[in-house]
Design a protein around this ligand. Structure first.
Ligand code: NPW
Ligand code: ADP
Length: 450
């Protein structure tokens, strides 16, 4: 067994209803699923325990608790000290959280909440069985005020989306997976993104082979955002990158730090990939009809999203664009504006929110944040398990938009969904560093990744 992330391949994710169906069919020919689950838990517990103390196993009323009890029997048979109770032993070497799993259907009862608090306070590392108790498998939200913050989570039978999006990453710790020898026999609810690829660069290629990007944004005082996007597109390998800085005199340089970048205008670059909205302010609303009408491939971010949210005609213009030609990259607040709701409504079910926005505007949506979601009409939604708080800094979203533009310039025939999946995963993996990653440094890491 090894930690799941970063994944070496794309993996299917299943919500509660699908996991239940898969489990029911598997039990017909594999009745010892719980024995397999308990064995997997016991093996991992042996590897993770710290110190000579007993392993504290907290078992709930359902099959999640059943997995814990099987693990307890196996560990005892192996000569390992165990303690099954709602209260801790002296100096436990590990806590196995088998209180609540897939069957969580309401906020934990007061007794359970007290046990969760005791697990958290006992000082030993916590291994959650299948799901951290109190975390909803479909959405990654806590069902009540408290959910276990595990150091490790061993997902069993299926991987659930809530382990990876919403608050999931804050509760699961290191993620492990055992499929219990069962191959899922139905389509996934979503896909966990595998390693991203980069476009080939043929030995005989020239800059004209790698496409053009036009970044439109950068109102006065916010030019950095547009420049970050343009630098990211350049670092990604786009052949030529132009910047249309709003309200900057036409003879000023695009970017004093990167002389490779050029000034450009929509009228001269009707075939470029547009990356629009980064640091654009309200002024971008005026340019949006022309950009939406003209450019064959568009990545729309930040203020351009706000302009669309505020204008039904622009929303219609987005919907009328050819299929698979538009990517929107909202963070949760921008998504809330586009769906006319609040951030909590977006975050309480990120997969559903991204899918609904993609349906309404008939385009690809990247809902950013921990566990970014890529949703497009007619596609299985994708979830990224990559990225982390090092990316929670101004400008990292501009870098993503520019990187997507750079990828698309080099792969003009690729559909929006494929570009978004490649870019989101590359951006997340490049952003996995301790501490904080400034946006400019993120571009360097992306350029040299993998
Ligand atoms: N079957 C197998 O072979 C396999 C099973 N597997 C394992 O089974 C797990 C799923 O088991 P499960 O369906 O029994 O659900 P589980 O999470 O144990 O909880 C249900 C119980 O909790 C209760 N309850 C719910 N919410 C509550 C709350 N807030 N506060 C208090 N109580 C609450 C609920 O009560 P009720 O709603 O009925 O009142 C019910 O009694 C899965 O996660 C995995 O670990 C896998 O290893 C694969 C093989
Ligand atoms: N905690 C986190 N975990 C994973 N990714 C994150 C986290 N915080 C931020 N990010 C990523 O960083 C980027 C931030 O984008 P955005 O909010 O638009 O910032 P800005 O507008 O400042 O560029 C998104 O791609 C988002 O997914």
């Amino acid at each position: 067994m090894h930690p799941l992330l970063p994944t070496q391949q794309s993996l299917p994710l299943f919500n509660v209803a699908a996991s239940r169906r898969i489990e029911a069919r598997a039990l017909l020919h594999t009745p010892d699923l719980m024995a397999r689950a308990g064995l997997a838990v016991a093996k991992l517990a042996l590897a993770l325990r710290r110190g000579p103390g007993p392993i504290w196993i907290v078992c709930g009323p359902g099959n999640n608790g059943g997995d814990g009890r099987v693990a307890e029997q196996l560990l005892t048979r192996h000569g390992v000290g165990t303690h099954i109770a709602a209260t801790p032993p002296e100096q436990p070497a590990l806590v196995i959280d088998a209180l609540l799993g897939l069957g969580l259907n309401r906020a934990p009862s007061a007794d359970m909440a007290a046990t969760i608090t005791a697990m958290q306070a006992c000082g030993a590392p916590i291994l959650a069985v299948d799901l951290p108790s109190g975390l909803l498998a479909d959405t990654g939200q806590a069902a009540g005020n408290c959910a276990v913050r595990a150091d490790h989570t061993l997902a069993l039978l299926t991987l659930k989306p809530g382990l990876l999006t919403g608050e999931g990453r804050a509760h699961t710790g290191q993620l492990w997976f055992d499929d219990l020898g069962v191959t899922p026999d139905e389509p996934p609810t979503a896909l966990l993104l595998g390693p991203p690829t980069r476009p080939d660069r043929r030995p005989t290629s020239h800059k004209g082979s790698h496409g053009e990007v036009l970044v439109v944004g950068g109102a006065p005082g916010m030019q950095g955002a547009a420049r970050l996007a343009a630098r990211a597109a350049l670092a990604c390998g786009a052949g030529r990158v132009y910047v249309d800085l709003l309200d900057l005199a036409a003879d000023e340089v695009a970017d004093p730090v990167r002389p490779e970048l050029m000034r450009g205008r929509l009228s001269r670059l009707p075939q470029a990939v547009g990356v629009v909205g980064c640091g654009a302010g309200h002024g971008i609303a005026h340019d949006m009809p022309g950009l939406l009408h003209t450019l064959p491939r568009l990545v729309i971010d930040a203020d351009a999203l706000n302009a669309i949210a505020a204008d039904a005609d622009l929303q219609d213009a987005v919907r009328r664009r050819p299929p698979a030609s538009t990517v929107l990259t909202p963070h949760p607040l921008e998504a809330a504006r586009l769906l006319a709701c609040d951030v909590a409504s977006i975050q309480c079910d990120r997969l559903a929110a991204a899918t609904e926005l993609a349906r309404q505007l008939r385009c690809t949506v990247v809902l950013k944040g921990s566990g970014s979601v890529v949703a497009s009409p007619g596609e299985c939604p994708a979830l990224s398990g990559s990225g982390g708080p090092a990316l929670a800094t101004a400008g990292s979203g501009d870098v993503l938009a520019g990187w997507l533009g750079g990828l698309w310039a080099q792969q003009p025939d690729a559909p929006a969904h494929a570009i978004a999946c490649q870019g989101v995963e590359a951006h997340g993996r490049a952003g996995e560093v301790p501490g904080v990653l400034c946006a400019g440094d993120l571009i360097d890491r992306l350029a040299h990744w993998p």
